[in-house]
Write a protein that binds this ligand. Structure first.
Ligand code: G4P
Length: 292
C-alpha cells in the first residue's frame, strides 16, 4: 500500500514554528503512545537544537503499560525525559511539573549563575495533527489559568498561558507534519487515524492492521470477535479474518455476500477507540532486535 500525504502549507508552517521556537526555552513534544516513533517528526531535533526537551506519550490509555514503560526508558536513554499521559482523563498530568524541572535543570542553573532567579520557563507544545495537542493544553492549562496579553516580540495573536510561577505555555500549539519515510510509518499513522483515510483503501488497511495485530497482540482479535477470527502472517489469512469479523458482526450485503468494507471500518474503529484493548504497535528499535 502506498501512502502519500504532503500538506502544501508545510514550508509555511515550518517557518512559523522556527519563529515561535526562538521565543521559548522548552519544547513539549506530544507523540501517540501507540506509535511513538512513527508519530514523531525528526525535524524537531534540528528545529529544537539548544532548547530543553520533554516528550509526552499522550493517549497512554490506549497503549500497553509495557509499551509505555519501554518508551519512557528509551527516550530517557536519549537524554529526553518522557511522561505517560492521558490528556482526556488528565491521568499523568501531575508528573509533568517535575519532568519540566528536570528537562530545564541546565537552563535554570545557567540563569542562576547569571543572577537571574525565578524566571518562568516558557514552553510550547508541538506534535503532528490529531495527537492530542489541543486536548492536552485545555486539560493542563485548565480554565483557571490566566492568559497574559500580547507582549513585545511575540508574534501577533500568540498568547502566553501562565500555568504557575515557574511555567508559561504558548497557547497555540506548533503543528508538525507527519513523515512518510517508509510504508510502515504511513500505515502506523493510518491505523491510529492520523491520516485522512478517505483516500485509503479501508479493506487493505484493515487487512494490514490484522497482520500487525497478529504479530504484536495475537489474542486481541479472537477475544473480541470469536475464536475463528485468528489472523495470521499471510495476507490470505488476514482477508479470512476480515471475513470472520463480517460474519461475527453480521456485515452482509444483499445476496448474502460479506460486506468487507463495513467490517474493515468496524475493526479500525474498534482499534482506534481502544475496544480491542490497550495495544502498542511499535517498540523501540533495540527491543525489536531482541524479538525472535
Ligand atoms: P490535535 O490538537 O493534536 O489535532 O488533537 P486533539 O486535541 O484535537 O485530539 C484529537 C483526538 O484525540 C480527540 O478525539 C481527542 O479527544 C483525542 N485525545 C486526545 N488526547 C487523548 C488521550 O490522552 N487519550 C485518548 N483516548 N484520546 C485522546 P476526537 O474523537 O477527535 O474528538 P472528541 O470526540 O474526543 O471531541
Amino acid at each position: 500500500m502506498n501512502i502519500q500525504w504532503y500538506p502544501g502549507h508545510m514550508t509555511k508552517a515550518k517557518r512559523a514554528m522556527k519563529e515561535d521556537i526562538k521565543l521559548i526555552d522548552l519544547i513539549i513534544e506530544l507523540v501517540d503512545a501507540r506509535v511513538p516513533c512513527s508519530s514523531r517528526n525528526p525535524d524537531i531535533d534540528e528545529l529544537g537544537r539548544n532548547k530543553a526537551r520533554l516528550i509526552l506519550l499522550n493517549k497512554a490509555d490506549l497503549a500497553s503499560e509495557k509499551g509505555n514503560d519501554s518508551w519512557v526508558s528509551y527516550f530517557g536513554r536519549q537524554g529526553i525525559p518522557a511522561v505517560k499521559v492521558d490528556s482526556r482523563s488528565r491521568a499523568g498530568l501531575k508528573q509533568i511539573q517535575e519532568a519540566v524541572a528536570e528537562a530545564c535543570r541546565e537552563k535554570t542553573e545557567r540563569d542562576r549563575k547569571r543572577g537571574i532567579l525565578n524566571r518562568p520557563v516558557r514552553a510550547m507544545v508541538v506534535g503532528i495533527p490529531n495527537v492530542g495537542k489541543s486536548t492536552f493544553i485545555n486539560s493542563y492549562a485548565g480554565k483557571a489559568s490566566a492568559r497574559t496579553g500580547n507582549k513585545p516580540g511575540v508574534t501577533k495573536g500568540n498568547q502566553w498561558i501562565r500555568l504557575n510561577k515557574t511555567l508559561e505555555l504558548l497557547d497555540t500549539p506548533g503543528i508538525l507534519w507527519p513523515r512518510f519515510e517508509s510504508t510502515e510509518v504511513g500505515l502506523h499513522l493510518a491505523f491510529i487515524g492520523s491520516i485522512n483515510d478517505e483516500i485509503l483503501d479501508r479493506e487493505e488497511l484493515a487487512a494490514e492492521l490484522i497482520l500487525l495485530l497478529s504479530r504484536q497482540c495475537p489474542e486481541a482479535l479472537p477475544k473480541r470477535y470469536g475464536e475463528e477470527v485468528a489472523g495470521g502472517s499471510h495476507m490470505s489469512q488476514a482477508v479470512d479474518a476480515l471475513e470472520g469479523i463480517a460474519r461475527a458482526r453480521g456485515c452482509v450485503v444483499k445476496g448474502n455476500e460479506y460486506d468487507l468494507k463495513k467490517a474493515a471500518n468496524l475493526l479500525l474503529d474498534d482499534y482506534r477507540s481502544g475496544r480491542l484493548g490497550r495495544i502498542t504497535l511499535e517498540f523501540p528499535q533495540e527491543e525489536r532486535k531482541k524479538e525472535p
